[in-house]
Write a protein that binds this ligand. Structure first.
Ligand code: ATR
Length: 273
């Protein structure tokens, strides 16, 4: 049986094993997909061991998406642009690193949520692995200007530099967030709600057309979505759809077939509505 895994820390509550098992049943491919906990100092060793045991592919999640770049012998164009890897694909020469987060997010927003992203003035909050994964795909989807704020300003600058579209991408200080005006798309890509709590966000960031998107789901997404509702945003969207869509894109890389996502999405949504 073909072996796959999601590698993270913590990883016990990951939905990816359920999603990939459902995809496998749907298209008739026998596969094993495990959740593997890897503390940062053991990440490289665990990936090497997984390869030695015949692992064919893995998803990489928090906090390893940046680190995973360095275990790869090749990177896809979108992983290289993101500087972050969420999908490892076994090749004859080692791991190819790919990143399916961005296309997963855009597919969820445009196809499932029915949003037209084109020309939307966009605020990206955060500049870590999650933010890096989605920023290139948002630009490719035709958003308008992209403003990036981050607690550590150097990381916002570095992400803006990596995106190499100086006319369109604007790093700004988080402390100046009051001066940025209003946005049609606001993406929370910080992990703040998991630890110290969401940074304080002015209500004036949202307008009646705003789509507010949190890249996480479940309890972690609640504070930002509550802020979005209070601020009068038009849509509040969590990361569950993105999770399912990035999984489908990874599945396509590993198995050469794109699974249907609606049924899995609906099932997960019912259980965590
Ligand atoms: P991920 O893969 O979730 O992006 P990460 O690379 O560790 O993980 O990035 C976490 C992001 O959340 C970063 O943008 C981080 O800001 P810093 O770059 O300043 O660390 C942001 N973040 C985490 N805790 C935060 C907090 N309490 N307030 C604001 N931003 C926070």
């Amino acid at each position: 049986v073909k072996r796959f895994a999601v590698i993270g820390h913590p990883v016990a509550h990951s939905l990816s094993p359920r999603i990939h098992a459902a995809f496998g049943r749907q298209v008739g491919i026998a596969l094993e997909y495990a959740a593997m906990d890897a503390p940062p100092e053991l990440f490289d060793a665990i990936v090497a061991e997984f390869a030695a045991e015949g692992g064919l592919g893995a998803n990489v999640t928090l906090p390893h998406k940046n680190r995973a770049v360095s275990v790869c012998t090749t990177l896809s164009e979108r992983a290289r642009r993101a500087g972050a890897v969420n999908t490892l694909v076994r090749t004859a020469t080692g791991w190819e690193g790919d990143n399916t987060d961005g296309v997963g997010l855009v597919r969820d927003l445009t196809e499932r949520q029915g949003l037209d992203l084109r020309s939307r003035r966009t605020l990206l909050i955060g500049a870590g692995g999650a933010a890096r994964g989605v920023a290139p795909a948002l630009l490719d989807a035709g958003i308008g200007d992209l403003y990036i704020v981050n607690r550590t300003p150097e990381r916002a600058d570095a992400l803006a530099d990596a995106l190499a579209s100086p006319g369109r991408v604007h790093p700004r200080y988080l402390r100046d967030i009051d001066t940025l005006g209003t946005f049609d798309l606001i993406v929370n890509a910080t992990s703040a709600a998991r630890t110290d709590g969401l940074p304080s966000l002015p209500m004036a960031l949202a307008n009646p057309r705003t789509a507010a998107v949190d890249l996480s789901y479940g309890e972690v997404a609640i504070p930002f979505l509550a802020w979005a509702r209070a601020a009068g945003a038009h849509d509040g969207i969590d990361g569950l759809g993105m999770l399912v869509e990035q999984a489908a894109e990874s599945f396509l890389r590993w198995h050469g077939v794109r699974p249907e996502t609606d049924e899995v999405y609906e099932t997960l949504r019912e259980h965590r509505a």
